[in-house]
Design a binder for this molecule. Structure first.
Ligand code: PLP
Length: 397
């Protein structure tokens, strides 16, 4: 059978189903198999083989079949030239940062990011490798402009940001970066490519955790970097082959399978999160709701420009209640599970208390403790009823 290719002439759903899959030549199976072998047969004379090469089939740390199939699909979904998948979202972030940044370089990053970004840039690369860092509220374009230095190599933003859902303008920041000879990377984990494609908006790199929406079932870890081949070749050689953050073939296969239903799941996440956000906003005991799809959200206009058809499944909210009441509220929930992570099929909630070390970087309403809530794909009515009965038990209705 000829190889079926599904490029951008096909819709997002068709690509989610087909890209990266093909008929297995040996068996005729219509799903490609999992190749768990970690080694591939060498040519007759192996002495010319480059043992650090990431092209060709050699050794699974240098690149395996299942990860290549997944890379093909993610590049197609994000609208990028090339993709690298690694063992986790953090492996993708560290892979990008280590490959691009040298001591003496300057990096600007969003004040609201996944915690590991803060640790990697502001602590590890800064303290150990003398990379200069500036933390900026990247929802403020003037602040981004002011932070630029002659040696600014990279701007890294997260939008919507974890955990405050702060929205930054991707296209405007890409312009600022490029006018100054810098590169822009965007963490797209919260939106997923179904709702937002940073490369189409001018970003140089999209980085994301596959552990979240792309896999969608909470049972595998992975991360991806999407961008131009000229950069990705360097990252692949350094981060995968020599730093060793390679994804397992089984996880790549699981994520490949989970990603088939990404569009269907995202539609449900978008719809449920908006319903839950609107309901929470009406409760007198709720102090604030942060969701980019609400007209009341500070980043709503920017989100509407760059996110479509929806705003994702994660929101944050606070209660007009003390610390213990927050914990008791969670203990009353029956449908929603108290756990970290997000983008699973099921609803997950986490109470982030009052003493987070980065609280000073968050808007005021986040200073008294708040919930990050990843709204799942259950019936919206059941999710809302679960929240209602838990509020009722604490006399918060
Ligand atoms: C979870 C997360 C990551 C890290 O991904 P892992 O797969 O857990 O390593 C990075 N960025 C964001 C926004 C995340 O939510």
């Amino acid at each position: 059978m000829p190889k079926r290719t599904y490029g951008k002439e096909y819709g997002f759903q068709t690509r989610a189903v087909h890209t990266g899959n093909d008929v297995d030549i040996e068996t005729g199976a219509i799903k490609r198999p999992i190749t768990m072998a970690n080694s591939y047969e060498l040519p007759y004379d192996p002495t010319d083989v480059n043992w650090s090469s990431a092209s060709g089939n050699l050794y699974t740390r240098n690149g395996g079949s299942n990860q290549k199939y997944l890379q093909e699909k993610l590049a197609a979904l994000e609208g990028g030239e090339d993709c690298i998948v690694l063992a986790s979202g953090v492996a993708a972030l560290s892979g990008l940062f280590f490959a691009l940044l040298e001591s003496g370089d300057h990096v600007i990053f969003s004040s609201v990011t996944y915690i590991a970004v803060y640790r990697l840039l502001n602590e590890l690369l800064n303290n150990k490798f003398h990379v200069e860092t500036t933390i900026v509220d990247t929802s403020d374009l003037e602040a981004v402009r002011r932070a630029i230095r002659p040696n600014t190599k990279l701007i890294h933003i997260e939008t919507p940001g974890n955990p405050t859902l702060t929205v930054s303008d991707i296209r405007a920041i890409a312009d600022i970066a490029h006018e100054n000879g810098s590169l822009l990377s965007v963490d797209n984990t919260f939106a997923s490519p179904f709702n937002q494609r940073p490369i189409e908006l001018g970003a140089d790199f999209t980085v994301e955790s596959l552990t979240k929406y792309i896999n969608g079932h909470g049972d595998a870890m992975g991360g991806a970097i999407i961008g131009k081949t000229k950069y990705l070749d360097i990252i692949r050689a350094q981060s995968q082959v020599n730093l060793g953050g390679t994804i397992s073939p089984f996880n790549a296969w699981l994520i490949m399978r989970g990603s088939v239903t990404l569009p269907l799941r995202m539609r449900q996440h978008n719809e449920n999160a908006l319903k839950v956000a609107r309901w929470l906003e009406k409760q007198p005991s709720v102090s604030f709701v942060a969701y980019p799809g609400l007209e009341s959200h500070k980043g709503y206009e920017t989100a509407k420009k760059q996110m479509s058809p929806g705003f994702g499944g994660v929101l944050s909210f606070g209660l007009k209640a003390d610390h213990d009441t927050h914990n008791r509220f969670v203990s009353h929930l029956k449908v929603i599970t108290s756990a970290v992570s997000l983008g699973h099929d099921e609803s997950l909630i986490v109470f982030l208390g009052e003493n987070d070390e980065r609280q000073y970087l968050y808007p005021d309403e986040f200073h008294n403790g708040f919930f990050r809530f990843s709204v799942g794909i259950e019936d919206a009515e059941d999710i809302i009823e679960d929240l209602r009965q838990a509020l009722e038990k604490e006399n918060l209705l």
